[in-house]
Design a protein around this ligand. Structure first.
Ligand code: 5GP
Ligand code: MN
Length: 332
């Protein structure tokens, strides 16, 4: 079967399940970003408009959401799998890998699992896998499903899907910014999105602690191999000094990617949450588009997109630098 037919088949099966079932549990990946939340809230709104019972799962420690996403119309969520889980269709959104969701235990015999995602390295863990790597964001797939289900977006749904689109395309600047991504934007703006208000919520009103952390991080920048690897490692002392937490690291790696000569940008930060001690979370970005950073992340047990990927590791900072230099070299 050609991949295109496979996707059409999966899309048909997803639409049948969304139309035919009454109860759902919607889940997304840990430390949800704009696309995770946007696709979650968007699909929740679509199913609600169809008169369905769709519970959104978010682990208790994910709340409150990072400040930039708090304006979203999240609504009630559950942090434990519901008692009737076995009768619910479970929909995973933006989850390349079932281990990346705190709701992994939500999988139980009897419930149909729909896996809706755009990561090219998705592990295809669903009963139905609607994995569309050409989609700019998971929210784009939800937007298309919404159209096929004949649901018109409320302003809240349009805003949520737009947040997924804006964040995953880097404000319409990354390679995944297709004509379709812009068509989706046009449709959502027509449905009531206040573009500038969303921009302000997402990118302005930055907590001072976040900027202080950025300042410390930039001071820690190291460059190897003529700058080909540009890396920052931050630890608990940086978080303490800035009064910052892990959510404040978002976006730092993008500054590193922008430095001239960089091929791969890396941000490694010590995990602060209980149980995370001694482990580092690493974010990778491909700056020149030639190095596939998802392959590097996979070699370390993580994954992601060719241009943006990540993993968690017990390597020391020195081991991490050696590992990344080797991996970049191996792809050259
Ligand atoms: P970020 O660096 O913004 O946390 O993540 C960038 C992308 O890398 C995410 O969109 C996600 O696809 C992927 N990613 C980050 N961390 C992990 C991880 O630990 N495992 C997997 N499989 N993917 C990750
Ligand atoms: Mn995404």
């Amino acid at each position: 079967m050609t991949p295109a037919l496979g996707i059409d088949l999966a899309r048909g099966q997803v639409l049948d399940a969304l139309r035919g079932s009454g109860r759902f549990l919607l889940v997304t990946h840990e430390h949800p970003d704009g696309d995770a939340l946007g696709s979650l809230i968007g699909l929740h709104g679509v199913l609600t408009a169809l008169g369905k019972d769709a519970a959104m799962f978010l682990a208790a420690d994910e709340l409150p959401l990072p400040s930039e996403y708090r304006f979203l119309a999240l609504g009630p969520t559950v942090s434990e799998p519901p008692a009737d889980l076995a009768e619910r269709v479970i929909v995973f959104l933006d989850c390349g890998n079932v281990d990346r969701t705190p709701s992994g235990e939500a999988r139980r015999d009897g419930a149909l699992v729909l896996n809706i995602d755009h990561h090219h390295d998705n592990t295809l863990f669903g009963d139905v896998d609607l994995v569309v790597p050409e989609a700019s964001c998971t929210a784009e797939i939800v937007w298309e499903l919404m159209g096929e289900l004949g649901v018109a977006p409320t302003p809240e749904v349009a805003e949520a899907l737009y947040v997924g689109l804006v964040t995953d395309t880097g404000k319409f600047m990354y390679e995944n910014t297709t004509p379709r991504a812009h068509a989706m934007a046009a449709d959502l703006i027509a449905a009531g999105v206040d573009v500038h208000a969303v921009y302000r919520h997402l990118y302005e009103g930055i907590p001072a602690a976040k900027l202080r952390l950025l300042g410390r991080a930039l001071e820690r920048m190291d460059r190897y191999d003529d700058g080909g690897l540009t890396i920052v490692v931050i630890d608990g002392s940086d978080f303490d000094a800035a009064g910052a937490t892990e959510e404040h690291t978002e976006g730092i790696v993008d500054h590193l990617r922008a430095v001239e000569g960089t091929r791969v940008a890396a941000l490694a930060r010590e995990r602060c949450e209980p149980g995370g001690e001694g482990r580092m979370k690493v974010s990778l970005r491909s700056a020149d588009g030639l190095v596939d950073v998802s392959a590097i992340a996979r070699a370390a047990g993580g994954g992601g997109h060719r241009q943006a990927a990540g993993f968690t590791t017990e390597m020391s900072a020195d081991e991490l630098v050696a590992f990344l230099r080797e991996q970049i070299d191996a792809q050259s």
